[in-house]
Design a binder for this molecule. Structure first.
Ligand SMILES: Nc1ncnc2c1ncn2[C@@H]1O[C@H](COP(=O)(O)OP(=O)(O)OP(=O)(O)O)[C@@H](O)[C@H]1O
Length: 828
């Protein structure tokens, strides 16, 4: 009874177990580890079969004795031995495949398994898979039939299947009919396989007729277009007997005259599709290595879509976040989940072969019109722009191609053509042509990408995709500051949101703080919701997002104080940068009682810098330049965006301290030069198309797209979680206007600063009378600390200013100080 119940409940449990959906199976199949395992399995099977087949050809007569017996018996009895190198199993398999099935054509089976296995496991592509499969299927029927027809006695050539087909065909069409069917089917196969056309066939036969004519026309033949094929012909020509030369020349002519275009379309993404399953119908069929119909190699490169981690994997990583000391205050904090970002589906690029071929032809034609020969063209397809890389024929001056920029743009009738001559480090010339069907790059796909999720960077930012469709992740901590410019509506605000979103997806609130300056008052308001998690602000201010100019000046100066403080901490900890400092702090090697604390990174974002410079000029420029120069090591990073990249906004001093710059589309070449020190940004196509310059590198990227509702969802998600009691406090700074010479009498004890007594105690305790010490310990601005020092001097607590020496402290201990203070109070 009990067992019945048990088995019942087991069956119930079984039926309750979730069934694998096809999507899950597909996902598992795309898993690189499974692909590797399956690939290894295929390669080993191929080697086993191949080896046993070869051995069968040598030993099949000796192993004949095994054939008559039942498999089970042969395998079970160890005394039965086979001559086949792969043992009884090998002998049996080879007999099955060669004798009973396909004859000699059976070798196609291990060959196909081998190329499939290599592609799956190592991404090595010996042959396009789909085509090899079709060819193998055809040949597995055709070869056995042919051998059965021409050599019916040799059964290992044709196999039993060959005899069957030949007998069946013979009964249907007789021997002559069989021969015709065999020949015709082979011709059809060759025509499809090698894309025969009437011109090609005529050209091939024509070469036997035209040599004399050719010699008359072109007494000194030379190769007009230099490519591998013609090169091989040229070398062959030298080796050949003189009377074969005409043949070769006519062959060359044939290649030049060929009007149709064929080019290789080998994409990794497509390889992926083939290796897994046929779920991407838009992916084009890969073809044979590039064929040079018009004398120029044309090759198309499209990088494979980056492997996206599934939503559950990303969320698991989020959950793993935690056993880290500084996060303890908000240990339950969860980083935003992937589903907060909008799912725009897969963004596999659909290749428009016609467009590619026509652009390629136009480029080649335009260059040919100017007598510029090229030997190879390669197309790399990005989300919005395709890069045509040209290898010019030897002797062509690069400047000539560069000068044809406008002519090429005219012939392609496209805006935004950019010529990079030469592409640094590649030895080629690049022509970037905007696609007619640009693809947006959704933030979700990039955030889910392995590259971003697994990056070990301090402040990883997933900016977008490169021209070769690769995800571009960079480290803000290494940049270390970023200047961003672009005309209105070209994607600046989206770019800023992408940066902030990237950091929100990877960093715990204890690790990074934002100081947001938004004079336009609308762009960054959404981030108000995460004030107590991620924002930093001045003490006693209401709004964390700074919109007014005076507050910006105070905040910048406050950041300078924070910077000085941090340098002091670093000095005391004897480390060189924030990373080492925090590592030491986490290892509990720094004592919090001595003022040490965990230092979060601070990212200052200024949207619309031009507005600030116009209203505050030097007052803004100086602290920004100071921060930009020094703040790198202590973890303060600046991102400054502007609509107007003119020289009075981006001054020399600002530019010199911002090595990393991003340009969205700008209105003029001068603006492009101002921001990037190079032209090109005026030719971008807008909508997030951008150039990123880091040192001498200039990279074209398509910025990721994150919409306002998505940002709102993320900030809501974070804002809904437990927060710190208040925003991260920056040191207090009072502007000169507020505490400058406002008629305060330093001799009048009633007008003393509120912090006077605290300052006096500090000075006496430490027996040090310096302004900078007060600034640091009391978190004051320079002016206020200076004024307190003057009041301390007037009260007789410290001595007068003595140049480079510290002021003398006149009160020996705290007891004497308390007596002095009480005495003054009593006098009042
Ligand atoms: N990376 C992108 N991908 C696709 N479309 C984009 C991208 N970036 C911007 N766009 C489009 O351009 C529009 C304007 O972008 P955005 O608001 O960022 O411009 P802006 O430069 O900040 O303008 P402004 O300076 O006037 O605020 C967006 O609404 C969006 O439609």
């Amino acid at each position: 009874m009990a067992t019945k119940k048990q088995s019942k409940s087991r069956t119930k449990a079984k039926s309750n177990r979730p069934k694998l959906s096809t999507a899950q199976i597909g996902e598992a199949f795309r898993n690189p580890t499974y692909q590797m395992v399956f690939g290894i399995f295929l390669v080993s099977t191929a080697l086993f079969l191949g080896g046993s087949f070869f051995s069968y050809l040598l030993h099949w007569t000796q192993d004949q004795s095994l054939v008559g017996q039942t498999y089970g018996e042969v395998l079970a009895r160890p005394e039965i031995q086979a001559q086949n190198a792969l043992g009884k199993l090998g002998a049996g398999m080879a007999h099955q495949f060669i004798h009973l099935w396909f004859g000699i054509a059976a070798f196609l089976v291990p060959w196909f398994l081998l190329i499939s296995g290599l592609r799956l496991s190592l991404r090595v592509s010996l042959q396009p898979l789909r085509r090899s499969f079709a060819s193998s299927l055809f040949l597995l029927i055709w070869i056995p039939s042919l051998f059965a027809f021409v050599a019916p006695q040799s059964s290992y050539l044709s196999g039993a299947s060959g005899h069957f087909y030949a007998a069946w065909l013979g009964s249907l069409a007789g021997p002559i009919g069989t021969l015709i069917v065999l020949l015709a089917s082979m011709l059809i196969y060759l025509a499809i396989r090698f894309r025969w056309t009437a011109d090609k066939v005529k050209g091939f036969f024509g070469k036997f007729k035209r040599p004399e004519k050719k010699e008359l026309q072109d007494p000194e033949p030379h190769l007009e277009v230099k490519d591998d094929y013609s090169e091989s012909l040229a070398s062959k020509k030298q080796e050949e007997e003189p009377d074969h030369q005409e043949d070769i020349e006519s062959l060359e002519e044939e290649t030049k005259e060929e009007p149709s275009l064929e080019f290789e379309l080998e994409t990794q993404a497509e390889e992926e599709a083939q290796a897994s399953e046929d779920d991407k119908p838009s992916a084009p069929e890969p073809e044979a290595p590039s064929e040079e119909e018009d004398g120029t190699y044309f090759e198309i490169e499209q990088k494979e879509e980056e492997e996206a981690l599934s939503a559950s994997e990303v969320n698991r990583k989020v959950k793993e976040f935690g056993p880290y000391d500084p996060t303890l205050d908000l240990s339950k904090f969860k980083l935003p989940t992937l589903d907060l970002l909008k799912d725009y589906g897969s963004t596999n690029i659909t290749i428009n072969e016609e467009e590619l071929a026509s652009n390629k032809n136009k480029i080649v034609e335009t260059l040919n019109n100017y007598k510029i020969e090229i030997s190879k063209i390669k197309a790399t397809i990005g989300p919005t722009v395709t890069l045509y890389e040209i290898v010019p024929a030897p002797g062509v001056r690069i400047s000539r191609i560069k000068n044809l920029e406008d002519d090429i743009a005219l012939s392609l009738s496209a805006l935004g053509i950019r010529i990079i001559a030469p592409i640094p480090g590649r030895g080629t010339i690049g022509i970037e042509v905007p696609s007619t069907n640009p693809q947006m790059v959704p933030m979700r796909n990039l955030v889910a990408g392995e590259k971003f999720q697994e990056s070990k960077m301090e402040l990883p930012i997933v900016f977008g995709k490169t021209i070769s469709n690769e995800t571009y992740v960079t480290d803000l901590a290494k940049m270390p500051h970023l200047l961003m410019a672009g005309a209105t509506g070209q994607g600046k605000s989206v770019g800023l949101n992408v940066i902030l979103t990237s950091l929100l997806y990877r960093k715990h609130p204890s690790q990074v703080k934002f100081v947001l300056v938004d004079p336009k008052k609308v762009e960054l308001t959404l981030f108000n919701k995460i004030e107590r998690h991620y924002l930093a602000k001045l003490p006693d201010t209401e709004e964390a997002i700074i919109t007014d100019t005076t507050k910006v000046i105070n905040t910048l100066n406050s950041l300078c104080i924070e910077m000085d403080d941090r340098y002091e901490l670093l000095k005391n900890a004897m480390v060189r940068n924030i990373k080492e400092y925090n590592a030491k702090f986490i290892a509990r090697k720094l004592n919090p009682e001595e003022g040490h604390r965990y230092l979060p990174y601070i990212v200052l974002v200024i949207d619309e810098f031009a507005d600030l410079i116009m209203t505050a000029g030097k007052e803004v420029e100086t602290p920004i330049a100071r921060l930009a120069q020094l703040a790198r090591a202590i973890g303060i990073h600046l991102i400054v965006a502007t609509q107007r990249p003119s020289v009075n906004v981006i001054t020399g001093i600002i530019k010199a301290n911002f090595p990393a710059r991003v340009a969205f589309r700008v209105t003029s070449k001068i603006d492009s030069r101002t921001i990037l020190d190079a032209g090109g940004a005026e030719q971008l196509i807008g909508k997030g198309d951008m150039l990123l310059s880091q040192g001498s590198d200039l990279i074209r990227l398509q910025c990721a797209f994150v919409d306002t509702p998505e940002v709102e969802k993320i900030t809501d998600y974070i804002g809904g979680q437990k927060a710190y009691p208040e925003a991260y406090k920056l040191p207090e700074y009072k502007g000169a206007d507020e505490d400058g010479n406002t008629g305060i009498d330093i001799l009048d004890p009633s007008e003393r600063d509120a912090l006077f007594e605290d300052a006096a105690r500090l000075v006496v305790q430490s027996q040090q009378g310096s302004t900078s010490m007060l600034q640091r310990k009391l978190k004051l601005g320079y002016n206020r600390a200076g004024r307190i020092v003057d009041q301390l001097e007037a009260a007789g607590i410290i001595g007068p200013f003595e140049g480079s020496k510290a002021r003398e402290v006149l009160i020996p201990d705290e007891y004497a100080l308390e007596q002095l203070l009480n005495h003054e109070k009593n006098k009042e």
